[in-house]
Design a protein around this ligand. Structure first.
Ligand code: SRM
Ligand code: SF4
Length: 583
């Protein structure tokens, strides 16, 4: 079904600069081809916006920015390239090829993203075309990894027997294909495809202006919320009964980006809209995207996410619009208990009797650095055992399809290269996430990936001494409030305010179904632990068996009880998070 986009309904307000760039961009072409062929070191505003749809961001080295400015030099430009990998699934050859691209065209590292993609950093303009072309040679793509389109479609990465994970992957693949931009510009620019005249007909779904903003979808499971379904614009939550998928609860309106001190911006959790049959799952995502396309904000980009449209309309009106467009039955959502969460690290038996091994990767960065030679270890393992690869939504990597006999060898190779098995990590480290922030991210106002190891060292020592080293605790850090490491659903979050200053949030949890509260504003890196010491000490002393920090905080504040009284719905508790995740 390819209904045409309606004329933007908010035409009375002046459209944002990005909308203008999209409209003038001739279906994502702009002058990218000309600049690529020239000796210019970087692209101008409109092309920079269009490049995002092709999966690449123009960045500059933030560490040298000031020095270069003083010396009268231009910024040290380079490009981040993001590979969209539905459900994070790739094979051994693809992994080795991406690793080689990182070595030859980028800064030698690969980074697993919080949406199960891979990122390269530090690609110079002269290498950009080759890098993207080589990704495509491996039957992977960068299109729609960024930009105002559907982003990488997430899906549970683990081939376990608890549900039909192949079906989850198939739905994620189908959703990704359904909303992939159709413009031939990608082939023309990066793959030397034949040039065609641009026309709106080239993009039957997206039209000339694409979506008002990014649009994120995930396929989750009622037996495992490893994809953080509540953080998505649209979530398909598979209702699993006796290992089979019965259909999907459709959740809409999640999104975490917000701006400090702007009360009209907010993080929001996706709420159930209804239940749809499996054969209508893909069409359901498309319908939600179409409503967003036709009614989303196009003037103020801070308000251009689906969550703001739903906040403005209210869920009943949004649901009515969805039902009006749907040609299939939309039933009431299936009531569910709080969703369990697994990180899939360590050894697990697959549905087919083989094994997978989940490797913890600090902040998703696959590199040989800081005393660990993780990149070399993974190269050796992948080249020798040729496992399947699954990227997880917690920035980790699963090696699948292994024989029982190879598990010890895999673990030994990792150990020999300085990577301890997940079972030996503290909960704080195991469940931690951090965004890239400085020096690559143009929006970072504080450090994240570069400082989280040291922050975790301090917290680990404290938690160890309090006797809660293995108690459920997820710590997430970001270099600004955009929320790339999903801080606002974590037990504990440090969100950059400015250089070496963070807002501290508390009160989420592993299940990802509750937003945090601001606990303390403007705390330096050194003061993070002292600021939290009293709370950690009370948690250690007074927690119920299995109670995570966020749950404890909510209980302490009486929030859970108050909410339950208001909504008649009991809030989730850590006791229901399977302790198997800490085995
Ligand atoms: Fe993000 C922008 C990195 C997941 C919310 N994000 C960025 C940019 C591209 C900065 C920029 O616009 O110049 C960052 C690139 C940094 C770098 O140097 O690589 C960036 N985001 C990331 C990644 C790599 C973080 C990570 O540690 O893995 C994640 C890539 C995922 C992927 O493969 O597609 C990433 N970003 C997220 C998430 C989490 C998620 O999707 O599950 C969020 C919160 C959920 C949401 O979208 O609401 C997120 N990123 C943002 C926002 C805020 C959007 C908003 O609605 O306000 C921005 C800023 C923007 O879009 O203007 C942003
Ligand atoms: Fe950059 Fe902010 Fe996202 Fe971190 S959270 S990667 S600093 S945009």
């Amino acid at each position: 079904m390819s209904e045409q986009p309606a004329a933007p309904s908010r035409a009375q307000k002046p459209e944002s600069k990005v909308e203008v760039a999209k409209r003038r961009g001739r279906q994502l072409r702009g002058t990218i081809g000309e600049v690529l062929a020239s000796d210019r070191s970087h692209f101008s505003h409109d092309d920079v916006q269009l490049l995002k749809f092709h999966g690449t961001y123009q960045q500059d080295d933030r560490d040298t920015r000031r020095q270069r400015e003083t010396a009268g030099l231009e910024k040290a430009y380079s490009f981040m390239v993001r590979v969209a990998i539905p459900a994070g699934a790739l094979d051994a050859d693809q992994y080795l090829a991406l690793e080689s691209i990182a070595d030859r065209h980028a800064n030698g590292t690969l980074r697993v993203t919080t949406r199960q993609g891979f990122q390269f950093h530090g690609i110079l303009k002269g290498d950009l075309k080759a890098a993207i072309a080589e990704v495509n040679e491996e039957l992977l793509t960068t299109i729609s990894a960024c930009g105002d389109v559907q982003r990488n479609v997430m899906g549970c990465a683990a081939p376990l027997a608890d549900a039909d994970h192949a079906a989850v992957r198939a739905v994620a693949d189908a959703v990704a294909l359904e909303l992939r931009p159709a413009s031939k510009a990608y082939h023309e620019l990066w793959l030397d495809g034949e040039k065609v005249a641009s026309s709106q007909a080239e993009e039957p779904f997206y039209g000339s202006q694409y979506l008002p903003r990014k649009f994120k979808s995930a396929v989750g499971l009622s037996v495992d919320n490893c994809v953080d379904i509540h953080a998505q614009d649209v979530g398909l939550l598979a209702i699993v009964e006796q290992g089979r998928i019965r259909g999907f609860n459709l959740l809409v309106g999640g999104g975490l980006g917000m701006t400090h001190n702007k009360g009209d911006t907010m993080a929001a959790l996706a709420e159930p809209l209804g239940f749809v049959a499996t054969e209508h799952a893909v069409e359901s995502v498309r319908l939600v995207a179409a409503i967003f396309r036709d009614h989303g904000e196009r003037a103020d980009r801070r308000h251009a996410r689906l969550k703001y449209l739903i906040a403005e309309w209210g869920m009943p009106k949004f649901r009515d619009e969805f039902v009006r467009r749907a040609t299939f039955d939309v039933l009431p959502p299936v009531p569910l208990p709080p969703l369990p969460f697994h990180d899939h690290l360590g050894r697990h038996r697959q549905a087919d009797g083989r094994w997978f091994y989940g490797v913890f990767i600090q902040s998703g960065r696959i590199a040989d650095q800081d005393g660990s030679r993780l990149k070399t270890a993974l190269h050796e393992i992948v080249a020798r055992f040729r496992p399947g690869i699954r990227l997880s939504a917690q920035q980790n990597l699963l090696l699948t399809d292994l024989d029982a006999a190879s598990l010890d060898a895999v673990e030994q190779i990792l150990r020999d290269h300085g990577t301890a098995p997940a079972t030996e990590l503290s909960a704080a480290r195991r469940f931690s996430m951090a965004c890239p922030a400085l020096p690559t991210c143009g929006l970072a106002v504080a450090e994240s990936e570069r400082v989280i190891p040291e922050v975790l060292n301090r917290f680990e020592a404290e938690l160890e001494s309090l006797g809660v080293r293995n108690a459920p605790l997820t710590i997430r850090m970001t270099g600004c409030p955009n929320g790339c490491a999903r801080p606002y659903t974590a037990d504990l979050a440090f969100v950059g305010r400015s250089l070496n200053l963070y807002n501290v949030y508390v009160g989420g949890g592993l299940a990802g179904d509750r937003l945090v509260d601001l606990y303390r504003a403007d705390v330096t890196t050194e003061e993070l632990l002292p600021a939290l010491r009293p709370l950690l000490a009370r948690w250690a002393a007074e927690r119920h068996d299995g109670e995570g920090l966020g749950d404890f905080y909510q209980r302490l504040m009486g929030i859970r009880a108050r909410r339950a009284a208001l909504t008649g719905r009991e809030e989730p508790t850590a006791e229901r998070v399977p302790m198997g995740v800490l085995q």
